[in-house]
Design a binder for this molecule. Structure first.
Ligand SMILES: Nc1ncnc2c1ncn2[C@@H]1O[C@H](COP(=O)(O)OP(=O)(O)O)[C@@H](O)[C@H]1O
Ligand SMILES: [Mg+2]
Length: 158
């Protein structure tokens, strides 16, 4: 993938979870190389889209791109998980939070060690955690069924 950011701006179609993971892997590698607008040392990426669009699948591929070999599981119940790789990966699933609840009580700041990548599922529930430099991805299902077709696009932030 020549320029993952440009490709994501146009939208990338995937036909399997593995393809979604590959897209995320490429973005993580791109970030690690320190390239791209808005891709500084620390990066926050919001993963927008309904249940089952592939947000956690994307995070798995992103983790691999950071050299993380540990299995990534959905942190729905413990809210966030931390993994060490070429950058620290913090995976937050804000599904159970409400925009009114105080995200500060998560004390996420205490766990963010630079350089980090913070990937956030359900970002609308934690507006105070989203820096202006964040990359915003939208995942969607174009076709469901036996041969599902998903789409990943960069909607803002680069
Ligand atoms: N192209 C695709 N990209 C991502 N996931 C896909 C794709 N095709 C099928 N799937 C399936 O869709 C589901 C996505 O689940 P998950 O990543 O947990 O979504 P979310 O975190 O957005 O709720 C998985 O069961 C995965 O196997
Ligand atoms: Mg999920």
């Amino acid at each position: 993938m020549e320029n993952i950011i440009e490709a994501l701006k146009s939208g990338i179609i995937t036909h399997s979870p593995e393809e979604t993971e590959s897209v995320a892997y490429a973005l993580a590698q791109f970030k690690t190389m320190g390239m791209g607008i808005g891709m500084g040392k620390d990066t926050t990426i919001t993963l927008n889209g309904d249940l089952g669009v592939g947000k956690t699948t994307f995070t798995k591929g992103f983790a691999r791109g950071l050299g993380i070999t540990k299995t990534i599981t959905s942190p729905t119940f413990n809210l966030f998980s931390i993994y060490n790789g070429s950058a620290q990966l913090v995976h937050l699933d804000a599904y159970r939070l409400s925009p009114e609840s105080s995200a500060e009580s998560l004390m996420l700041d205490d766990f963010l060690t630079s350089p980090y990548c913070l990937l956030i599922e359900w970002p609308h529930n934690v507006p105070s955690l989203i820096p202006p430099s964040a990359l915003h991805l939208r995942l969607s299902i174009l076709e469901s069924g036996t041969n599902p077709v998903h789409k990943i696009e960069l909607i803002a932030g680069a």
